[in-house]
Design a protein around this ligand. Structure first.
Ligand code: 2AM
Ligand code: CA
Length: 293
């Protein structure tokens, strides 16, 4: 029997990046199986890369699997992957941006969600994004210009535009605590102005929740390209907006992101800019990152 995913492909035979999408999905599913087996056997070792910065051998095995699967199909492509990354800015050409486990802290506690995130960017533009939430086996994906999907169903951002009726996702600071005080002021204000705040613990999943209309907005600081590269395309293809905290497009390496419905992005930007100092609103890239990032 044809799945609706196949029907989408048959009706859009001219769509580029289908092979890249299928490869990314296959890599994500293989990595997901691997991560589930680590979880089922409780057989992973945890190391600290920095304060609260966990890496397990499941992260390393997942990254190896994903890169191997993609390299088999696209041997000339570049890779920007969390556990082996050396890039401080996006290289030109084709680059796969990979988080082998987004939400490693969640994974290490057996607390869902935790995800695999795989994106293909080409000359600074996202082309394909795949996020697999492993515990619930939700596969979010998008191709530039084709739309955003959860498994076989098209997804769209929420129709709610009023802050007072919106649910907002965020992440809590985990290692650079310099900005905790203004962060808490923003949090307190948003608690009072919205339906509430959610903290899932995996940024790629937060972004997919925006795309699927489960929350209206998301903001965080301190994230890396691999946390946001796939989810951002999925949001854009679902009709949403991504911005850095200044309202610019420096969110991939910029460590400050806002995403959501267009109106809620404007609302969150204003709330953040009302509280954070000007100098804290922008971090250009990892090369000139400060202790405040
Ligand atoms: P990670 O699991 O890939 O590190 C949670 O707020 C989000 O922040 C997750 O997407 C998580 O991704 C990211 N993050 C980055 N560094 C982190 C850290 N040291 N501790 C917890 N989350 C971190
Ligand atoms: Ca990770």
């Amino acid at each position: 029997m044809l799945t609706s995913t196949r029907l989408i492909y048959i009706s859009t035979t001219t769509v580029d990046y289908q092979k890249e999408l299928e490869t990314a999905k296959r890599a994500a599913q293989q990595a997901g199986e691997l991560i589930r087996s680590f979880q089922a056997n409780q057989s992973y070792d945890i190391e600290l890369k920095g304060k609260n910065d966990l890496v397990t051998d499941a992260d390393l095995a997942s990254e190896k699997t994903i890169i191997e699967v993609i390299k088999q199909e696209f041997p000339n492509d570049q890779f920007l992957a969390e556990e082996s990354n050396t890039y401080t800015q996006l290289p030109s050409g084709r680059v796969w941006i990979i988080d082998p486990i987004d939400g490693t802290t969640n994974f290490s506690h057996g607390f869902a969600p935790y995800c695999v995130s795989i994106a293909l960017w080409e000359d600074g533009t996202p082309k394909v994004g795949v996020v697999l939430e492993i515990a619930n086996n939700e596969l979010f994906w998008a191709i530039e210009g084709v739309g955003a999907y959860l498994n076989d169903s098209k997804i769209h951002i929420s129709a709610i535009n009023e802050p007072a009726k919106s649910l907002i996702a965020t992440g809590f600071p985990y290692s650079h605590f310099d900005l905790v005080d203004p962060y808490l002021v923003v949090l307190k204000n948003l608690m009072q102005k919205t339906h509430g705040i959610r903290r899932a613990g995996a940024a790629s999943y937060d972004l997919c929740c925006v795309a699927a209309g489960r929350v209206e907005g998301f903001y965080e600081y301190g994230l890396s390209p691999w946390d946001v590269a796939a989810g951002a395309l999925i949001i854009q293809e679902a009709g949403g907006t991504i911005s850095d905290w200044k309202g610019g497009d420096g969110w991939l390496f910029g460590k400050r992101i806002i995403a959501g419905t267009p109106n809620i992005v404007e609302f969150l930007k204003t709330e953040i800019q009302n509280v954070f100092l000007e100098k804290h609103l922008v971090v250009r890239n990892a090369a000139n990152k400060t202790s405040l990032s």
